[in-house]
Write a protein that binds this ligand. Structure first.
Ligand code: SF4
Ligand code: SF4
Ligand code: SF4
Length: 168
């Protein structure tokens, strides 16, 4: 089997994900995933939404700011190694997290993320100076990825575990 993962990345210790990088749905836990995935690209080819691209280590990441994953599972069905596996993969626990470059937070009118959230998981806390702080309700957020796609500044990232929002 061809090892498509970039060897320089391996040597530099760039295995796994940087902040805001998430694997496709139904991926195994990161350690198991990294052990199984050889960066063959079958998932990238299989995704009908073109929602997957190779990361720095050659393994797949979701392009959630550029395409909307529909959770169709085609990537898992195409994966020959079991790194993405709808039977054994992790449940989807991704949550949205909004960065401080948010337009609204900086006094420019924008509510795109909140308007596209079907789960009403984003609300805005009004601040002085015409600013508004976007807050994600972690309980309500289903990780659907829509807000990250529509944000005009690309400041919404998805993450796997709870984390503090930006501060007012
Ligand atoms: S679940 Fe479907 S849409 Fe989402 S990344 Fe996999 S193939 Fe693409
Ligand atoms: S990921 Fe989906 S549910 Fe969560 S805040 Fe964004 S749009 Fe709402
Ligand atoms: S869509 Fe982006 S820029 Fe607009 S309010 Fe939401 S996080 Fe801020």
């Amino acid at each position: 089997m061809t090892l498509a993962v970039d060897r320089r990345s391996l040597l530099r210790g760039r295995i796994g994900r940087a902040a805001g990088e998430i694997r496709p749905p139904f991926s195994r836990d990161e350690k198991t995933f990294s052990g199984l995935c050889d960066g063959c690209g079958a998932c990238v080819e299989a995704c009908p939404e073109k929602a997957i691209a190779p990361g720095a280590d050659g393994r797949p990441l979701l392009r959630y700011r550029d395409a909307l994953c529909t959770f169709c599972q085609a990537c898992g069905e195409a994966c020959p190694t079991g790194a993405i596996d709808s039977e054994h993969g992790q449940s989807w626990t991704a949550k949205a997290s909004i960065g401080s470059a948010c337009l609204s937070f900086n006094g420019i009118v924008c509510r795109a993320c909140g308007e596209h959230c079907d789960d009403d998981a984003i609300r805005f806390k009004l601040l002085a100076g015409g600013r508004a702080l976007p807050l994600v309700d972690e309980t309500a957020c289903t990780g659907c990825l829509k807000c990250a796609l529509v944000c005009p500044t690309g400041v919404i990232r998805m993450r796997r575990s709870p984390q503090k929002e930006i501060a007012a």
